[in-house]
Design a protein around this ligand. Structure first.
Ligand SMILES: [Zn+2]
Length: 355
């Protein structure tokens, strides 16, 4: 990804996850034989649980009763491990632990957990219920704070689309980075929920699994979007024998990271977000216009203002250094680099007439 987000935790929106964490931690201590609000439900969660009996209370009770009814310690351990491992998103991103899928839970409890966790996320689901909002606030409020702290203007997962800001009516999509359909216990964990542009969320990533490219491939590393790594930049390099890029099958795009420790994360990102295909399509579509802009700049600087070719070159290469704040900026930067690095660039520009 192009840059990392800064976390805004703690935020009230995390309360719902924290209340459930309290419930599961108490359930996993194996001291209780009966479902008990007094022991299992956090004091600040009790009003919510009492207000939504069928939506929350009955589901927690079903999970609890199923858990204590599991017939072997190994089955209970599997559930505990799934909870603890799946919620440690940093360890999963580094592939130092392996996430547990719904299909790996004892079948009798898998459906009960899914029944609750499928209903948690969303403005019209439990997170949007009035009593829950009173305790946790809204996702839009979280988004507004998030955008105050994270000021870059383009989606870090593509660099193509603008992100909304705190002054917009709406908000950008929150992506369940680890899929909530595949992995239990993480649908309301805000270390697994990241704003991204609609196209990245709904079209390109959609239901792709970060952890496995497909069922036959090994576990892979992926970027943790709240990484505090500063030494990481993505560079693009257009490789073409011809300045004409309108046919994307006729040239290559190298996507490189300056930090080789992230090489495999970069490959996961490229796959999940269709990076090469998207980038090549946009460069192909706009290359003629972008080339024209460079030509006009050369005409203005070198012909009209009689400045040197070196000054023109410097001007072009400086154009998109701020690419994290410009939609398509990373692509325009790579295109400028490609044109200027062509050994025939000066001769081509100088020999061309203004029409
Ligand atoms: Zn995006």
């Amino acid at each position: 990804m192009l840059y990392f987000y800064r976390p805004i935790s703690p935020h009230p929106i995390e309360n719902l996850h924290n209340y459930l964490d309290f419930f599961f931690t108490r359930m996993f201590d194996d001291t209780q034989t009966a479902y008990s609000h007094a022991y299992l439900i956090h004091p600040d969660f009790q009003e919510i649980v009492n207000a939504y009996k069928t939506q929350i209370d009955d589901k927690l009770e079903a999970i609890f009763n199923t858990y204590i009814g599991l017939t072997t310690p190994l089955e209970q351990q599997t559930v505990k491990d799934a909870y603890n491992i799946n919620n440690d998103i940093i360890a999963l991103s580094n592939a130092t632990s392996t996430p547990v899928k719904y299909s790996q839970l004892p079948i009798i409890i898998s459906s009960k957990v899914k029944n609750l966790y499928d209903e948690l996320w969303g403005d019209r689901k439990i997170l949007g219920y009035k009593t829950v909002v009173n305790s946790c606030g809204t996702v839009k409020q979280h988004f507004n704070r998030f955008r105050e702290i994270n000021e870059f203007l383009v989606c870090p997962f593509c660099g193509l689309e603008s992100l909304l800001c705190e002054h917009d009516d709406g908000r950008d999509d929150y992506d369940h980075y680890l899929l909530k359909s595949q992995y239990p216990f993480i649908s309301i964990n805000f270390n697994n929920l990241f704003p991204m542009c609609h196209r990245c969320n709904s079209k390109n990533k959609n239901q792709k699994d970060l952890v496995y490219e497909n069922v036959a491939t090994p576990q892979r590393r992926f970027y943790y979007p709240y990484s505090n790594e500063n030494n990481h930049t993505i560079n693009l390099n257009i490789v073409s024998p011809n300045i004409d890029l309108k046919d994307p099958t006729q040239w290559q795009l190298e996507v490189n990271t300056t930090n080789l420790a992230y090489e495999d994360c970069k490959e996961t990102w490229k796959d999940v977000f269709d990076i090469e295909t998207r980038y090549k399509a946009i460069i192909s579509k706009h290359s003629k216009t972008w080339n024209e802009r460079i030509f006009l700049k050369h005409h203005k600087i070198c012909k009209k203002n009689s400045r040197s070719y070196a000054e023109f070159e410097e001007d072009v290469l400086d154009d998109f250094n701020d690419y994290l704040n410009i939609s398509n900026g990373i692509l325009m930067k790579s295109f400028n680099d490609f044109v200027i690095n062509d050994p025939n660039c000066e001769a081509n520009l100088s020999g061309r007439l203004v029409i």
